[in-house]
Design a protein around this ligand. Structure first.
Ligand code: NIG
Ligand code: FE
Length: 404
């Protein structure tokens, strides 16, 4: 998209802060040049210079920033439907993990799968997200658990970007689970695979950020801190699966490292929220995992809201705890399960999700200077985006990249 385009006949949810809810502009215009937005505002205020742009009339449709799924594990082998069945017959997620199922069973299936099979599976889920207006997807490693296999995961994740009109952000998550070959040697695993592998992967330019699973069935805060120290040395930002099943103070640990986000947070103590808020870390809320695991402990949404913590929403697309590849369904779940407002939810998959990936300024709002990544919806009001359950009201995406 190299030429100059002027979108008119549209209602804009700019997601700019501080004004109307959703940054709503009823009769708006968006000027785009060389893949960037150059002007946004009410049609009546359009400066003369933009009237020479090629006009595209959107016939009254709603325009939002393209959506962002800032936490997924969507590249994996196999599936875990049998475990889903076991849980419904009474087994818990932790019990299944401890008996050799859970993440480790997906590790076996992922290691055994060919590149082509992993790509084909990932594309199915990615296409579903794209059909719902998503333009940026974060994908984690974490189902390889050897240096070679973890690097393969990130290489394949990056390859998806060449196959579809989407930006992929890759996250090194070797500290996800302990593979059988390191049984009772978690500290060695951290040194020899999670940290040593991160250095190799970073040297190959495969890593945008570093994550871990801080949990009794994952890794301790001390082990995660060693991973974070190494990430810091490499200049890589950190994030963490924190307080999903218990309160190990992982969210505060991310804060100590000036990290991007703390994700899940069901067991984050309300009393820790003020300190967490000070750290400037984004709270990533994952309603698909809450729903799938039939969790009953709610994340402290009200406290996060009162302390002005920016909240993002993501699918957590993975074969165990969240077999969900619909960002719109995640948005609906966040509203219904956590009483997040449709405005909070839309900010959670645009502005705040961009911040959670370190992409604010390029993605997540409609404002002059950002990349022209927009979603056009057959909808009257942005509340519709978290209202429908099933089906996508997407009319089309508009994308800055020529191949998008
Ligand atoms: O975000 N909790 C750790 N990681 C994933 C689950 C991965 C899996 O069960 O395969 C999560 O819930
Ligand atoms: Fe996750």
């Amino acid at each position: 998209m190299q030429h100059k385009i002027l979108l008119t006949g549209c209602r804009l949810a700019t997601m700019a802060e501080g004004g109307e809810p959703y940054g709503l502009i009823k009769d708006g215009a968006v000027a785009i040049e060389a893949g960037r937005i150059t002007w946004v505002g009410p049609r009546d205020d359009l400066p003369e210079e933009y009237s020479a742009y090629e006009v595209e009339d959107l016939e009254g449709r709603l325009v939002t920033p393209a959506l962002i799924d800032c936490h997924t594990h969507l590249l994996f082998g196999g599936n875990r439907a049998r475990e889903f069945e076991m849980r419904l017959n009474g087994a818990s997620y932790e019990e299944i993990a401890r008996s050799g199922g859970g993440i480790v069973s997906t590790v076996n299936a992922t290691r055994a799968a060919s590149d082509a099979v992993l790509i084909a599976g990932a594309l199915k889920r990615l296409d579903h997200l794209i059909a719902e207006g998503v333009a940026v997807v974060e994908i984690k490693s974490g189902y390889g658990l050897t240096i070679k296999q973890e690097m393969r995961m990130l290489r394949l994740a990056r390859q998806l970007e060449t196959l579809r009109p989407v930006k992929i952000v890759t996250t090194w998550l070797a500290a996800h689970a302990l593979p059988a070959e390191y049984e009772d040697r978690a500290d060695s695993y951290i040194d020899e695979i999670a940290i040593a592998g991160m250095r190799h992967a970073a040297a190959e330019g495969l890593v945008d950020a570093v994550d871990g699973f801080c949990e009794s069935i994952g890794f301790s805060p001390e082990q995660i801190a060693r991973v974070f120290d190494a990430a810091k040395e490499l200049g890589l930002p950190v994030k963490l699966h924190a307080e999903q099943l218990s309160d190990l103070k992982g969210a505060l640990l991310v804060g100590e490292y000036g990290g991007l986000s703390a994700d899940h947070l069901e067991y984050l103590a309300e009393s820790d929220v003020p300190a967490f808020a000070q750290s400037g870390v984004i709270a990533v809320i994952l309603p698909g995992a809450f729903y799938t695991l039939r969790e009953t402990k709610l994340p402290p949404i009200e406290a996060l809201r009162e302390n002005n913590v920016p909240m993002a929403i993501a699918t957590d697309c993975n074969p165990g705890s969240s077999p969900l590849s619909s960002i719109l369904t995640a948005m609906n779940m966040a509203s219904t399960q956590f009483a997040m407002t449709p405005e909070e939810v839309l900010a959670g998959v645009t502005r705040n999700a961009a911040q959670a990936l370190g992409l604010a300024g390029d993605y997540g709002t409609l404002s002059a200077g950002v990349r022209a990544e927009l979603a056009v919806w057959d909808a009257d009001h942005p509340s519709e985006l978290s209202y429908w359950i099933g089906g996508s009201p997407l009319f089309k995406r508009i994308s800055a990249e020529p191949n998008r």
